[in-house]
Design a protein around this ligand. Structure first.
Ligand code: GLA
Length: 389
């Protein structure tokens, strides 16, 4: 969508001639390292070139007016700077509201309201982090229009706090970090325990990353997500009875195998196994990518999916069908689900010359089994959240 159209819509909707400023925050995919972030492990995400745009103008009073071109039927949502608590009726606007509240509570002087229009081209509900994208685009907008200078990682942490304390999902820091810190053509290997990170160029030779959307309505994702969080927390507690560890991310595979019987419930044991092995795979994936060893990088993606399918149990028939049919295609080095799971998207590493066949065949297999079509997008890796000048 053209910027000009967004700006015109802003003026039409809010009926103002105020000068506007313009911001963007991407969505993200995760290459590998799934459900490891809240377990103190490694993740390896990258920011996409599609995301959320925001057009903003400051007001002279204490009103905040929100409008989303993706939820036009909800119209303008108006709140006051003095009434920022979570309200069900404000629906999607709770994400920017939560972010503004988090800034104020941290002590940033937000003393005027503003009008803000959002437009997102991240497929909605696809698990590509449209919510973290809205949080971060709001964050960079506040930073600029109030002339604040905020350490980017502190802003990332505020976004996670909004998810955890305001929205009520126990998510880790991966999404906000990938979106706040993203870099064109790079993935980020992030240690979620220490927040140490490094950029890795995504050099894929003749291969491209295809995103495959299950188009499954994501229901129960949040409750299932919190359930996994609790299972891992319980496994950790059991292990801590004998081991001086702060997170599952601190365990090597050998350590886990030697002590796994400390974990009382078999289900918790499976969850912890995934977290420990996935962490190891993620570190290896960086090495393989750096070495240009795409074949073994692809195999790690496959192992990750199998572990999420059988040990972590967050895939489901839609994601499994997409990934398994991707594995069957020629020119595919690897495929796995990405993000929280239970629907949403998978990714596959596909030879450029085979992309057309790949789409036709995977769609065919998926449709036969699931009854409706998936959607495909070729991933391009863009920059993190920023002002557009
Ligand atoms: C969601 C959460 C992230 C992460 C992934 C799973 O995207 O927001 O913090 O836990 O699921 O890896």
């Amino acid at each position: 969508m053209q910027m000009e159209r967004l700006i015109n819509t802003f003026h039409d909707i809010f009926q103002t001639n105020q000068e506007t400023r313009h911001f963007f925050a991407p969505g993200r995919i995760n290459l590998i390292g799934e459900h490891t972030d809240y377990n103190g492990g490694y993740v390896f995400p990258a920011s996409l070139s599609f995301g959320t745009y925001a057009i903003v103008a400051k007001r002279n009073d204490r009103h905040l007016r929100f409008y989303s071109m993706n939820f036009e039927d909800q119209g303008i949502i108006t709140v006051s700077l003095d009434q920022l608590s979570y309200a069900k009726r404000d629906d999607w606007a709770n994400y920017p509201k939560g972010m503004i509240k988090a800034f104020i509570e941290t002590g940033y002087p937000i003393d005027h309201g503003f009008d803000i229009l959002f437009y997102g081209n991240i497929p909605h509900g696809a698990g590509l982090s449209s919510s973290a994208s809205i949080e971060l685009v709001t964050g960079v907008a506040i930073e600029s229009i109030f002339n604040l200078s905020i350490d980017r990682i502190d802003m990332v942490k505020l976004g996670q706090k909004v998810e955890n304390d305001y929205i009520g999902v126990n998510s880790g820091i991966m999404d906000q970090f990938a979106i706040g810190m993203g870099k064109k053509d790079h993935a980020i290997l992030l240690d979620c325990q220490t927040l140490e990170y490094q950029y890795a160029p995504i050099k894929l030779d003749d291969y491209v990353i295809m995103i495959m959307n299950t188009n499954k309505r994501r229901e129960l994702t949040e409750s299932k997500y919190n359930e996994r969080w609790n299972e891992c927390a319980r496994a950790l507690q059991d292990l801590q009875k004998e081991l001086p560890i702060n997170s599952l991310g601190e365990m090597t595979i050998e350590m886990f195998e030697a002590h796994k019987d400390l974990i009382k419930h078999t289900v918790d044991q499976k969850r912890a196994k995934h977290a420990v092995y996935e962490n190891q795979r993620t570190k290896e994936a960086l090495t393989k990518l750096e070495q240009g060893d795409l074949t073994n990088f692809g195999l790690l993606l496959n192992q990750s999916h199998l572990s999420l399918q059988h040990d972590y149990e967050v895939t489901g028939i839609e994601l499994d069908t997409l990934v398994e049919s991707a594995w069957d295609q020629s020119g595919v080095l690897g495929a796995r689900m990405t993000g929280a799971g239970f629907g949403g998207c998978a990714i596959a590493l596909v030879n450029q010359s085979k992309v057309d066949d790949f789409k036709v065949n995977v769609e065919d297999a998926y449709k036969r089994r699931i009854g409706y079509s998936p959607t495909f997008y070729q991933a391009t890796i863009g920059d993190g959240a920023k002002e557009l000048i």
